[in-house]
Design a protein around this ligand. Structure first.
Ligand code: HEM
Length: 409
């Protein structure tokens, strides 16, 4: 069967636009079509780029950092010379590897497990704020808040009252109108610059921030300069907030629309980690991230010239029918050897264990405190996109009102 790229009034094979509503409103259909008919699609948006969707192609490019550099930026609008850059995302090994090794201990499964009860307390404090109402917009009431509380309060020690400002600036940077994203990054960078300066003058806490302040050597053997430390901090914010918000929204949407699975998960906790993995796959929050060819090369038969950008569509790769039967469906018993939603190769997500733990803990508390969570009558979630992230703007849900627990974070 010949598949056409014409869906929703746009040809997604020859005129793909990751930011377009034609894509976001027909997401499943477009993803299926590119898997069948166009593993490397062309976009003329933002100066032009390629979109790679196959699981094997995305994995191979992710591993081959010599052919595919990150130093030209993670999306087409970035030139590699912006003031506010993302490290370790926008650098290559070996400097990137040194930062990853240096910071890895704070993101290992063991280190992350230590945050479980703090995550639970934060989740319950948020649920306390709406559980007696019987309804809420899940994104606004829960999913948009937990990741910031966990990362910035628990891991970085940033004061809670600063989170709304940081969150708004990060939202603007990652998924605001293209022309306003740079301004968002500048705001985030300025805040974190001030925070690092403050911490530099305080006694060491032995935490992640102190490790960033200590830094690593550049490829010239010099101590990492100050702005590289800011870039590391900015990347944590860019990588950890909108992504985990979408994941937590996905968990709620899945439970609210699959009551039989919700009951199985309530009865059998051993199924929960697998269910979380599946939600991460199907609600893959990184839609795509870019690489630039360092030489003329080829992907799935398509010539890519030196200097051209490919966007690796992690969200599409996570639904490749060559790797997953019924790829758009969540099967809570499915075993996934590699969750490509977290990327592959040297840049694979550093925060994956933190995201998983937040999702699992949130699921536990939702099943315990909101066991009959369902969509508000006649309502659907509102999805949106940027070049880089998939987002859920609203998720109107209902549940039997319950009692506050007053747990306190
Ligand atoms: C559901 C949640 C998340 C998803 C789906 C996700 C996805 C990804 C993906 C696909 C990459 C690969 C980037 C590339 O190949 O260019 C990545 C990298 C990264 N992620 Fe995540 N992420 C999530 C949560 C987090 C969290 C919670 C943090 C931090 C607190 C984080 C921080 C980062 C950083 C710093 C990188 C860059 C790593 C590098 O370049 O070496 N992410 N993430």
């Amino acid at each position: 069967m010949t598949v056409s790229g014409e869906i929703g009034g746009r040809n997604h094979f020859t005129d793909f636009d990751l930011d377009s509503t034609e894509f976001s409103q027909n997401f499943d259909e477009v993803v299926s079509a590119v898997h069948q008919g166009c593993p490397v699609a062309r976009s003329e948006a933002q100066g032009g780029y390629w979109v790679v969707s196959g699981f094997d192609d995305v994995r191979a490019i992710g591993q081959d950092w010599q052919t595919w550099t990150n130093t030209n930026g993670y999306e087409p609008t970035r030139s590699g010379t912006d003031d506010a850059r993302l490290y370790p995302l926008e650098i290559d090994p070996p400097y990137q590897t040194r930062w990853r090794s240096h910071l890895g201990e704070f993101f290992s499964p063991r280190a992350i497990r230590g945050n479980k009860e703090s995550i639970r307390a934060n989740a319950n404090e948020l649920i306390d704020q709406f559980i007696d109402h019987g309804s809420c917009d899940w994104v606004d009431a829960f999913a948009a808040h937990l990741p910031g509380r966990v990362f910035f309060s628990t891991m970085l020690g940033v004061p809670l009252e600063d989170l709304p400002y940081l969150q708004a600036a990060a939202d603007q940077a990652v998924r605001g109108p293209v022309a306003e994203r740079g301004d968002g990054w500048n705001k985030v960078g300025a805040y974190l610059d001030g925070y690092l300066k403050q911490r530099q003058n305080e006694p060491e806490r032995g935490d992640f921030v102190d490790a960033v302040l200590k830094g690593v050597e550049t490829d010239d053997g010099e101590p990492a300069p100050w702005n590289h430390k800011i870039f590391i901090m900015v990347d944590m914010l860019a990588g950890g907030l909108a992504t985990t918000t979408f994941l937590l929204s996905g968990i709620a949407h899945f439970l609210a629309t699959h009551p039989e699975d919700a009951k199985r998960l309530a009865d059998d906790p051993s199924l929960r980690p697998g269910a979380v993995e599946e939600v991460i796959r199907v609600y893959a929050s990184i839609l795509s991230l870019g690489r630039t060819a360092t030489k003329d090369t080829e992907v799935a038969g398509q010539t890519i010239k030196k200097g051209e950008m490919v966007m690796l569509s992690y969200a599409a790769a996570a639904r490749d029918p060559r790797h997953f039967s019924d790829p758009h469906e969540i099967d809570i018993t499915r075993k996934i050897p590699t969750n490509i939603a977290f990327g592959y190769g040297p840049h694979r997500c550093i925060g994956s264990h933190l995201a998983r733990l937040q999702a699992l803990t949130a699921m536990e508390e939702m099943l315990r405190r909101l066991p009959d969570l369902h969509m508000a009558s006649g309502q659907e979630p509102l999805f949106s996109h940027s070049t880089v992230t998939r987002d859920m703007e609203t998720l109107p849900v209902e549940f039997t009102p319950g009692a506050k627990e007053g747990s306190g974070a």
